[in-house]
Each structure stands twice: as structure tokens, then as C-alpha cells.
Write a protein that binds this ligand. Structure first.
Ligand code: ZN
Ligand code: ZN
Length: 357
């Protein structure tokens, strides 16, 4: 697995004329090496693969990073990087421009004298977009954990309960079920707060005859799941039903239509056109979905600016929504993997409008 990822990365390095690449992004470090520690630098050349880390990890790193030479770096890691590159007579080093602060870059530039620093953009991220079978298997488990959480939480929704109590129960449940944490700050937004697309749980108390929108996920064996369901407490009004049915129609159409070969923008348009046709175009102000994997948000994006072409093995969310300020909002979100012929759903919780008596 690590060897295949290395081979793909070296191809991208070659295309860019890079004899060496320094990977500093923590998620990319884990993806490339399998090392789960909190600190380290991955240094890749044409024929060497090195993991530089510090004293704390000198037992763990060699166990996890199969196929990597593990090197204990000096207190100033850039000094060790310079030593290694000088020994290999390499005068050019790619770095991850989206990961380095300006201050760190300046300190590298001072230490790595005589070595040309070349900014790179999303090399490892490009490889990460396509999940292999073992990654998809873990993501399925993470998604099923989110499904079980939703079933569990349905039994706890009743008037008088605080949004933050629901969020706390979600967090405890995913951890009891084997997740290391939730995959992002849990959203529980009820009543008019459900119109906030990212309304994290507050101390608002649930009341009858209003929406409760819940968006959460499990961080499981390193991978993220992400699900949103919206239910009604008590009896839904005609307006609740109208908005819910439109979002559901848009979500089902997107799930039916998303296939390899289309761009993220084309996928987004399937749902957006339906919501627009029903007159709620202005109430759907975010993209249809995002890639997910080791990170909760990664490439590709399904949005009006999504120009990446979807390919088998990509995992993305499909999450249209309608948000009506002062009234409430609905979002329905599933995780899918793009297949050869279309897509397969990873989350499977019911999407019929649930009215909790
Ligand atoms: Zn979500
Ligand atoms: Zn999402």
C-alpha cells in the first residue's frame, strides 16, 4: 500500500522536475507512511523514503512506517534535512505551500542554504482523492457508526431537551462504539436555528412542531464519516413538508445521477436545478458536497466551482439544503463512493420525513 502511494507520488514529482519533496502536512504524513504520531517530516527522493521524527517516536515510528528509513532529527529539523540533501547532492526541494507558515518558510530558507525551495500544491492530496479498497472498507464502517448513532439519538429527541445535551450524547455514543472522536463539531440546530447551515449545538431547548437538524460524524481508524438528517418534533406543518420534500427530491436525484466522468460542478447542478425550479435557489447557498477521507473536508468539491472530474474511488458527501431565515432549514446528507458505473452509498439511515410524536 505504502509502496504504491510512494510510486504515485514519485511520478508527480518527476512531472514537476523535483528530485526531492518534503511533506509536512500531518494528514499527508500519516497517509504516506502509516505513522500516526503527532510530529515528523517525510522526505522523499527518487530512491529514498525517509521519516524524520524526534526522540519520543523512535520506537513507534519504525513499527508503523513500513518501508521508510526512520531518522531522529536534530532539535532544528531543517538542519537534518539539509545534511541529508547535501549527502545526496540534491539542490532542489519541493515543499507543501499550503502547509507552511511564512515564518517557517523563512526559517527553512535560512537553514537550507544552497537548496532551491519549490512550492508545490496538493501533490499528496491528489493521490488521496482516490481511495483504495482498504480505505473504503474503513469508511463504510465509519458511515455505519454514524447510522447507528442517528438511530440511537432519535429515541432521545423530545421537547425540553437541550441541543447541547443531544450533541453530548452523540459524542459519547460514537466513542463508546469505537470512534476516537466525532469528525467535527456536532451540529444540532432546532426551530429557527435550523436555518443556520452550521448551527453548532447551543443551549436552546427543543420545542414541539419544529425542525431538528443534526449533522455529525465519526472519526474512526483515522477516517471520517459525515451525515445530516433533519426531523420534525411533533406534527410537521405544510411548510415543513414542502421544504423537506424538495431537499429530498434534490438529494435523491443527485444520488441517482452522480457518476464518474462528470465534474463536481455538474454533480452540484443536478440538485441545484431542482431546488431552483421550486423557487428556493437563494436558500441553497453552499455546495452540494465535499470529498472526505482522512480529513473531513478534502478534494474534490461538488460545487459551482468544482472542476475536478469524478473518478471511481473518490468519496464525497451529497448534502443539499434549504434554509429559510426565521423559519428553519433542512439538509439531508449521505456519504458515497464513486464506482465504475455510478456511486454507492456508505450511509444508509432512512430519509423519509420522521415526525417524532
Ligand atoms: Zn455534515
Ligand atoms: Zn458534509
Amino acid at each position: 500500500m505504502q509502496q504504491e502511494r510512494l510510486a504515485r507520488l514519485r511520478t508527480l514529482m518527476e512531472e514537476r522536475g523535483l528530485p526531492a519533496l518534503l511533506v509536512t502536512n500531518a494528514t499527508n504524513r500519516r497517509y504516506m507512511t502509516g505513522f500516526t504520531g503527532s510530529a515528523g517530516y517525510v522526505l522523499i527522493t527518487g530512491d529514498r523514503a525517509m521519516l524524520l521524527t524526534d526522540f519520543r517516536y523512535m520506537t513507534q515510528a519504525p513499527q508503523q512506517a513500513a518501508g521508510y528509513e526512520v531518522i531522529e532529527h536534530a532539535p532544528k529539523a531543517a538542519e537534518t534535512i539539509k545534511d541529508v540533501l547535501d549527502k545526496l547532492k540534491i539542490g532542489k526541494l519541493g515543499f507543501e505551500q499550503n502547509d507552511l507558515t511564512f515564518g517557517t518558510y523563512r526559517s527553512y530558507a535560512e537553514t537550507l542554504t544552497g537548496i532551491e525551495l519549490v512550492p508545490t500544491d496538493s501533490l499528496v492530496e491528489t493521490i488521496r482523492m482516490i481511495k483504495d479498497a482498504s480505505e473504503i472498507a474503513v469508511m463504510k464502517e465509519a458511515a455505519q457508526l454514524a447510522d447507528r448513532t442517528f438511530s440511537h439519538i432519535l429515541g432521545l429527541l423530545k421537547p425540553g431537551v437541550k441541543e447541547s445535551d443531544i450533541a453530548l450524547e452523540i459524542e459519547m455514543f460514537v466513542r463508546r462504539e469505537g470512534a476516537s472522536s466525532t469528525s467535527f463539531e456536532t451540529i444540532v440546530a432546532s426551530g429557527e436555528r435550523s436555518a443556520l447551515p452550521h448551527g453548532v449545538a447551543s443551549d436552546r431547548v427543543l420545542k414541539p412542531n419544529e425542525f431538528v437538524k443534526m449533522d455529525f460524524g465519526a472519526h474512526y481508524k483515522g477516517y471520517c464519516s459525515d451525515i445530516t438528517r433533519t426531523v420534525v418534533l411533533g406534527t410537521p406543518t405544510a411548510k415543513h413538508k414542502e421544504i423537506y420534500e424538495i431537499v429530498l427530491e434534490a438529494q435523491l436525484a443527485a444520488l441517482a445521477g452522480i457518476r464518474p466522468g462528470m465534474t463536481g460542478k455538474e454533480a452540484d447542478a443536478i440538485a441545484r436545478d431542482i431546488i431552483r425550479r421550486h423557487g428556493y435557489g437563494d436558500c441553497f447557498g453552499h455546495g452540494l458536497g465535499h470529498g472526505l477521507g482522512l480529513d473531513i473536508h478534502e478534494a474534490p468539491r461538488l460545487s459551482v466551482s468544482g472542476d475536478i472530474v469524478l473518478q471511481p474511488g473518490m468519496t464525497v458527501t451529497v448534502e443539499p439544503g434549504i434554509y429559510v431565515p426565521g423559519f428553519g432549514g433542512v439538509r439531508i446528507e449521505d456519504d458515497i463512493v464513486i464506482t465504475e458505473s455510478g456511486n454507492e452509498r456508505l450511509t444508509s439511515s432512512t430519509k423519509e420525513l420522521i415526525a417524532i410524536a
